[in-house]
Design a protein around this ligand. Sequence first.
Ligand SMILES: Nc1ncnc2c1ncn2[C@@H]1O[C@H](COP(=O)(O)OP(=O)(O)O)[C@@H](O)[C@H]1O
Ligand SMILES: [Mg+2]
Length: 376
Amino acid sequence: MDDDHRRRALVQAGIAITSELSLDAVLQTLVRIAAELTGARYSALGVIDRSGTSLVRFVTHGLDDATRAAIGDLPTGRGILGVLIHDARPLRLDDLTRDPRSVGFPPNHPPMHSFLGVPVMTRGIAFGNLYLAEKQPAGGFTEEDEEIVTLLAAQAAVAIENAGSVQRDALRRAVQAQEVERRRLARELHDETGQALTSILLGLTAVERAETAAEAHAAAAELRTLVVETLQSVRRLAVELRPSALDDFGLEPALRRLGQSVREAGGVDVQVETTLGGLRLAPDVETAVYRIVQEALTNVVKHADAARASIVVARKTDSVLVMIEDDGRGFDPAARGDGGLGLLGMRERVELLDGSLQVEAEPGRGTTLVVTLPVQ
Ligand SMILES: Nc1ncnc2c1ncn2[C@@H]1O[C@H](COP(=O)(O)OP(=O)(O)O)[C@@H](O)[C@H]1O
Ligand SMILES: [Mg+2]
């Protein structure tokens, strides 16, 4: 391949790599292109684990399935591959089998001699290594090959970060939703509680200026009502911020309490049923379930015009199932445009925990939300 060809191929490689969104697809594309550009018969990419000592993933090109199966276990990063893991610098060998650091191949491994390994660095940390072997026609990899693969590795690093940032976007949106919620609570604190305290302050002046005991009594009685109301609204805000029942007693009692308050305030008959017994789930799972049920019940009160709602929480072997059902007017989930933040926030909470959310609703036939969250 002449220089011009290679340069063009390299640019195309960059486009191909950066247009892939899933990390696996990026890595697979990367090893294929690296082999094509250098004439290597085999190529692979090993992903280094968090401790930085061994390989957790090994993507290959040039080995058919049968050969891969015959080789058996993936390399863990000893021998020559280990050299690259511990010393993140390009390594070029004419015959890796003759290198004193080689530990040899497992049985059924195709013969490999010429070798080129280049680290893939993201943010100064070695994410993995790109390996090429058996340059065709025979002969070692050249300095030019090394340069090209180094450039490719740099492009790959960008692609790897992009694939990571897709996941980070979901997290960022979840944080934004939290921020919206905090702003609402801040406004409520300022408007409701601030107003009430101002009124109490004025009331105190009235007590001070009262000329008779009867006047003072009347002013104090009015103040008492105001203080009681304010106390209630502060308590409600505190529960909204973080229900202490969740920390103190666990998910089931907290959900029962929630159901009861919706029954009293919203006029919907809410039944809560769980198979949890006294079992506690991971705190982030409990919080997610609580918030999802809270938002779902808010929607029932706000939109459904339902007589009854039911909450079911069931513990399965490796997941927890949450169902929120109402017999209200339902809606068409597909027809809804962007909708509110409620359903979106639920979905994001669920996705952050690798769970799933299904909305089963139809106009006139009630609404059912089914959430599944994996648990250990
Ligand atoms: N239980 C329900 N019954 C009827 N309609 C619902 C129900 N839950 C959600 N919806 C519909 O879906 C829309 C989006 O809900 P949501 O995302 O929570 O936003 P918001 O409650 O702020 O409108 C609602 O406006 C409503 O039209
Ligand atoms: Mg809502």
